[in-house]
Design a protein around this ligand. Structure first.
Ligand code: NAP
Length: 255
C-alpha cells in the first residue's frame, strides 16, 4: 500500500486562499505538510483556508502578498522560513489572465500578465532555492496551462496569457536542468478548463457544451484533479521526475 507522507515538510502555495491553490494547499496539508498560505486581496478567504488546513492537525501561516512585487515575494518566503524554519515545497500557482487579442495587448497588459505569471514564479524560485539547497531536497511545481502549450483559449484569444504560460514551461525546464543532481526537482502542471465551487466564470451553456465536446474525457476538470497532480509531483513518488509538464486537462492537449 503506497502512502504519501510529507510529515515535517513545509509547503508554500501562492494564491492559495481559493481555487486550485487552495485545494493544492489542502492536499499537501492532508499529506502532513505545514503550509504557508498566500492571498493578494481576500484575507477572509485566506483565513478560511488556514482553518481547513489546521483541521488536518498541521500548521498554517497566512501571508498577504501581491506576487507581482518581487520584494514582497522575498519577504513572504523569509516570513515562511522564520515561522517554519524552511521551505521544502513551492507551488507557484497564483495567476492572472486577460481576454485580449494581440492588437489590444498593451505593454501594461503584458507587464501585468507576465508579472504575475512569470516574474513572480521566478522570484519565488529565487527566494526558496537557498533553503532547498541547504536541505538537499526540494520540490518546485509551477502551474502553467494547456493554453501555454496550444495557444488555444476557449473564451476569446489571449496571446499574453498563452505567452506567459508558455514561458513558465520553458523557464521550469531550464531550472530543472540547472538543479539536476541537487535533489531539487522542477515540474509543471498544465490544467485545462478547471472549475471549483465559487469560480466566477461567465460563459454561455453553448460555449461550455462546445468546449466539453473537445475534451476526450467529456467533462471539465475540478480543483481536485489539479491538486492530485501537484501532490504527486511534490512527493517522493516523483523523485525521478523533473522538467516535465503534466497535462491535467482531460486530453485537451491532443485537441
Ligand atoms: P483564481 O480562481 O483566479 O484564484 C486565484 C488565487 O490566486 C486566489 O487565491 C487569489 O487571491 C490569488 N491571486 C491572484 N492574483 C494574485 C497576486 N497577484 N498575488 C498573490 N495572489 C494572487 O485562479 P484558479 O482558477 O484557481 O487558477 C490557479 C492557477 O491555475 C493560475 O495560475 C491559472 O492561470 C491556472 N489555470 C487555471 C485554469 C482554470 O480553468 N481555472 C486553467 C489553466 C490554468 P485573492 O483572491 O486574494 O486575490
Amino acid at each position: 500500500m503506497f502512502n504519501i507522507n510529507l510529515a515535517n515538510k513545509v509547503a508554500l502555495v501562492t494564491g492559495s486562499s481559493r481555487g486550485i491553490g487552495r485545494m493544492c494547499a489542502l492536499y499537501l496539508a492532508e499529506a502532513g505538510c505545514n503550509v504557508v498560505v498566500n492571498y493578494a486581496n481576500d484575507r477572509a478567504a485566506g483565513e478560511r483556508t488556514v482553518a481547513e488546513i489546521e483541521a488536518f492537525g498541521v500548521k498554517a501561516h497566512l501571508v498577504q502578498c501581491d506576487v507581482s512585487d518581487s520584494k514582497a515575494v522575498e519577504a513572504m518566503v523569509a516570513e515562511g522560513i522564520a515561522v517554519f524554519g524552511k521551505v521544502d515545497i513551492l507551488v507557484n500557482n497564483a495567476g492572472v489572465g486577460v481576454g485580449k487579442g494581440a492588437e489590444e495587448t498593451t505593454d501594461e497588459i503584458l507587464d501585468r500578465v507576465f508579472g504575475v505569471n512569470v516574474r513572480a514564479y521566478a522570484a519565488a524560485c529565487r527566494a526558496v532555492l537557498p533553503s532547498m539547497k541547504t536541505l538537499g531536497w526540494g520540490r518546485i511545481v509551477c502551474i502553467s496551462s494547456v493554453v501555454g502549450r496550444s495557444g488555444k483559449a476557449f473564451i476569446g484569444t489571449s496571446p499574453a496569457y498563452a505567452g506567459a504560460k508558455g514561458a513558465v514551461l520553458s523557464y521550469s525546464r531550464a531550472m530543472a536542468r540547472e538543479f539536476g543532481g541537487t535533489g531539487i526537482t522542477v515540474n509543471c502542471v498544465c490544467p485545462g478548463w478547471i472549475d471549483y465551487p465559487g469560480k466566477n466564470r461567465v460563459v454561455t451553456p453553448e460555449l461550455r457544451a462546445s468546449a466539453i465536446a473537445q475534451m476526450p474525457v467529456g467533462r471539465v476538470g475540478d480543483d481536485r484533479d489539479v491538486a492530485g497532480a501537484v501532490l504527486y509531483l511534490s512527493s517522493p513518488l516523483a523523485d525521478y521526475v523533473t522538467g516535465v509538464s503534466l497535462d491535467v486537462n482531460g486530453g485537451l492537449y491532443m485537441a
